[in-house]
Design a protein around this ligand. Structure first.
Ligand code: HGY
Ligand code: MN
Ligand code: MN
Length: 417
């Protein structure tokens, strides 16, 4: 087996650290959609792209796109293999979730060049601009645009500052309508590969650095708005209250209890906002976010139906109105078997085995699967801890991920007519 160029691997580790320090917040890593921090990251990739002889563009949805057209193919329309992941982060994030996949993709292209490979397809490296949904509460803004499936309804989503997504997209001089009209999936797409940290404990339990993904779990994101009645904290008797926060709190614990009792279900209330939010005023309104997932579509649908019915009846018993707003509903996404076989073979050759895992986390591959065959590599990360500043990948594991990705691209190239 061919060894990796240590210059390339050292550069990979250094770049992961560097991007981990480019944040819109002081003292912690937060990099959201269309942020100045994201633009700073793009400037770094522009330099790295030039060094690697890659074209560099930023599309209207702020996706980073570097393309490698091997020398032999000038003027010929060739199939396009895409390697990607996301460059945005959650709040107070770790530095691997997303950027490791993009930077390993860049290192993979550099390594293929160093090996003298000339694949029979172009390779486009994509750094998606928004997978986490931190700014507009809707995930996959970047990959949805890249795939040409960005719905017009998203233009009216508002961020915490009140800016609409349409205004942000139009901030570079073209109207949001023009930006949407320009979206289209790349031509001749033959496949999409994504390397990502596992964000779970399985690879560590298996004592393996690398695994392959079989499917991405189904996911629903919703917002629950509980509406009661404000009142004086000192003069309103308990039995006369319509306390929106108590209704929300009851729902939070009911959601947790239901998920604990339902095998394979994961449900999380990540945000809770209270209005008017004064210590001596009975809460008039409470809004919580619900992230709920299961690897089986039917099980997820049943869980959502049960929780909607349960929370509505308990809120009604308190005289509280409850509105469920569905922000995102994604079905489970199986990986492409043929592409995955190349990843598996490469992992077995390098590691001796290839654990197969279901991804509880969502990934841009779920969206890209609508326009191309997709496959994913998972890399072990310590304690499976993610969406946390202590997220960590051992350099040797990152390098094995790179080797498996590069070998898999070569295997795929060899199998391409
Ligand atoms: O939430 C997720 O599954 C992913 O990290 N966006
Ligand atoms: Mn994430
Ligand atoms: Mn991610």
């Amino acid at each position: 087996m061919r060894s990796l160029d240590p210059i390339i691997t050292e550069r990979l580790h250094a770049r992961v650290s560097e991007l981990g320090g480019i944040s819109e917040e002081t003292g912690r890593l937060t990099r959201s959609f269309f942020s100045d921090a994201m633009t700073q990251v793009h400037f770094r990739f522009a330099e790295w792209a030039e060094d690697a002889g890659l074209s560099f563009t930023i599309d209207a949805a702020d996706n980073l796109r570097l393309r490698w057209t091997a020398p032999a193919a000038d003027g010929v329309t060739r199939p396009l293999l895409v390697i990607g992941s996301h460059l945005d982060t959650v709040r107070d994030a770790g530095r691997y979730d997303g950027p490791l996949g993009v930077l390993t993709g860049l290192a993979c292209i550099e390594q293929l060049q160093a090996w003298g490979e000339a694949p029979p397809f172009d390779i486009e490296l994509v750094g998606f601009s928004d997978e986490e949904g931190l700014r507009f509460q809707t995930a996959y803004l970047g990959s949805a645009y890249y795939a040409g499936v960005f719905p017009e309804t998203w233009l009216s989503l508002r961020d915490a500052a009140g800016h609409t997504l349409g205004e942000v997209l139009a901030s570079r001089g073209r109207s949001a309508a023009e930006v949407l009209a320009a979206q289209r999936a790349p031509e001749n797409l033959c496949g999409y590969l994504e390397l990502h940290i596992e964000q779970g404990p399985q690879l560590e339990a298996d004592a393996c650095a690398v695994g392959v993904v079989s499917a991405i779990a189904a996911q629903t994101r919703a917002r629950l708005v509980f509406s009661g009645k404000a009142g004086h904290a000192g003069t309103t008797p308990m039995e006369l209250r319509q306390d929106a926060l108590c209704a929300a709190a009851e729902a939070v614990l009911a959601i947790e209890a239901y998920a604990r009792a339902t095998p394979g279900l994961r449900a999380t209330v990540g945000q809770l906002a209270v209005v008017p939010g004064a210590s001596n005023v009975i809460p008039a309104e409470a809004t919580l976010t619900l992230d709920i997932r299961h690897q089986a579509d039917m099980s997820l649908a049943a869980a959502v139906a049960e929780l909607e019915s349960n929370t509505r009846s308990h809120a009604a018993a308190r005289g509280i109105a409850l509105r469920w707003e569905f922000l995102q509903q994604g079905k489970a996404v199986p990986m492409d078997a043929a592409l995955t076989e190349h990843l598996k073979a490469a992992a077995v050759a390098r590691q001796g085995n290839a654990p197969v895992l279901v991804s509880g986390a969502g990934h841009d591959a779920a969206v890209i699967s609508r326009i191309a065959p997709v496959a994913m590599i998972f890399v072990r990360n310590r304690d499976g801890l993610s969406h946390h500043p202590d997220e960590y990948v051992a350099p040797a594991d990152a390098e094995l991920g790179l080797a498996v990705l590069a070998d898999a691209v070569c295997r795929y190239a060899a199998s391409t007519p």
